[in-house]
Design a protein around this ligand. Structure first.
Ligand code: PLP
Length: 447
């Protein structure tokens, strides 16, 4: 493949954009290919190379790069009629009604412009609502570029430190980080500090850490602990919302009802978006009905609302989730077979239309033999430190091998995966059976 033009454009970018990009994950080494356009399940770069795309904008593009006709025309119409006003519109009410109708825990929403904004506002709301400052998050969880959750955690859940320069040490003092799926650990935290905890904020499925599913009963335990101690349970469904569990989201699939949910990605139909949803009794604490300050020039942007609304409406009327989930199943089982044959130390993770190969995990059967009770055997389990169910092993993943070798090999075969070992990959409605076959062939060769 020729990448001359990409290299040239990236050189230009390096002199006017920090690191040559506007989001750090895009700066793949030695230089990223610069994208010219999308086409269905593919992207085409500035040198004319064509790649089968499983990055899918890091999650939002449920339909790939050609949204259904009804989405496109709604986008065009709203773009040409404004595109925005600084006053309320009908389309934002339509979109909120749709989400509230399909997600039982959501009665009312506030739309914002990114997943980060959503989690920032949800944390502020939870703190104000409970009159408490502490939040509990999961090690390996991700909630965007926000001060309260950008922490490094060690063995002591209470002593977290900012994971980026520029964040005062004091911010992290209010953040407690526990290992995901470790019920004993969070129980202990609630026993010691329960009356200080405003909220537990977690992705229902860790999607930024190699995809870690909850063990049976974990979210139910979080629900009970929050209820018993007057804390809120916040599910960050920025990735899983309207991707896992169809229109009912991951919370519907898992059967657990959070107090608040943060959304992003898919609900914007490919445009910048975020939202905080929950019962009116909590959400109405946002200004102007309440006193928790929340505001934004672009919030509820008509083009975004129209795209998101039509995205979801199309999914409600077509076999979208059946299609993407079936292809997700085929990919996961196909790659699993290849790994068993060629790389038994790697494993395939994911659910619905999300998948990833993690370059470290023990094959599941080996794991089962050692660790019956999963992570709840923390005190006694000899394998706790590398437990795939807490995602602890992901920290020791062969990240270099993934990014520098495997990801590059796949790219050279025309398959674009997320370059970071920790980030999920996504199947869209535009992907086909033939795409899956091509992908499996490439995995076979590259592994
Ligand atoms: N929460 C989760 C679970 C995410 O995966 C992300 C981004 O990937 C965010 C929040 C932040 O969203 P955004 O990048 O739109 O700010």
């Amino acid at each position: 493949m020729n990448h001359d033009r990409s290299r040239e454009l990236y050189d230009r970018a390096l002199s006017v954009l920090a690191g040559g990009v506007n989001s750090s994950v895009r700066a793949t080494r030695p230089y990223p290919f610069v994208i010219e356009r999308g086409d269905g399940a593919h992207v085409i770069d500035a040198d004319g190379n064509r790649y089968l795309d499983y990055v899918m904008g890091y999650g939002p593009l449920l339909y790939g790069h050609d949204a259904p006709e009804q989405v496109q025309s709604a986008i065009q119409r709203h773009a040409s009629q404004g595109p925005m006003y600084g006053g309320p519109t009908e389309i934002e009410v339509d979109h909120a009604e749709f989400v509230a109708r399909h997600v039982p825990s959501v009665e009312m929403l506030r739309f914002v412009n990114s997943g980060t904004e959503a989690t920032v506002s949800a944390v502020r709301l939870a703190r104000a609502y409970t009159g408490r400052d502490k939040i509990v998050i999961m090690q390996g969880g991700y909630h965007g570029a926000q001060e309260s959750t950008l922490v490094e955690a060690g063995d002591d859940p209470y002593h977290t430190h900012p994971s980026s320069p520029g964040i005062p040490e004091e911010f992290a003092e209010h953040t407690i980080a526990v290992p995901f799926n470790d019920e004993a650990a969070i129980r202990e935290v609630f026993e010691e500090r329960g009356d200080e905890i405003a909220a537990v904020l977690t992705e229902p499925i860790l999607a930024n850490y190699g995809i870690v599913m909850p063990v049976d009963g974990y979210h139910e335990a979080l629900r009970d602990l929050c209820d018993d101690h007057g804390s809120l349970l916040i599910f960050d469904e920025v990735i899983t919302g309207f991707r896992v569990g169809g229109l009912g989201c991951a919370q519907g699939k898992l059967g657990v009802t959070p107090d608040l949910t943060t959304f992003g990605k898919i609900i914007g139909g490919g445009f910048p978006v975020g939202a905080i949803g929950g019962p009116a009794e909590i959400i109405e604490h946002f200004t102007p009905s309440g006193e928790v300050f929340q505001s934004g020039t672009f919030s509820g942007h008509p083009v975004t609302m129209a795209a998101g609304r039509e995205y979801l409406r199309y999914a409600a009327e077509h076999d979208v989730y059946d299609h993407v989930n079936a292809l997700g199943d085929r990919l996961r089982s196909g790659i699993q077979d290849i790994c068993e044959d060629q790389a038994p130390e790697y494993t395939v993770v994911g659910t619905d239309s999300m998948f990833k190969t993690v370059f470290t995990r023990e094959a599941p059967e080996t794991f089962e033999g050692h660790c019956e009770g999963g992570c709840r055997q923390r005190e006694s389990c000899p394998r706790y430190e590398i437990c795939p169910k807490t995602g602890a092993d992901t920290a020791a993943a062969a990240t270099e091998r993934w990014e520098r070798v495997f990801w590059q090999e796949m790219k050279e075969r025309g398959i674009w995966l997320t370059a970071n070992q920790f980030e999920s990959q996504f199947v869209s409605y535009a992907h086909t059976d033939a795409d899956v076959e091509e992908t499996l062939e490439a995995y076979k060769e590259a592994l």
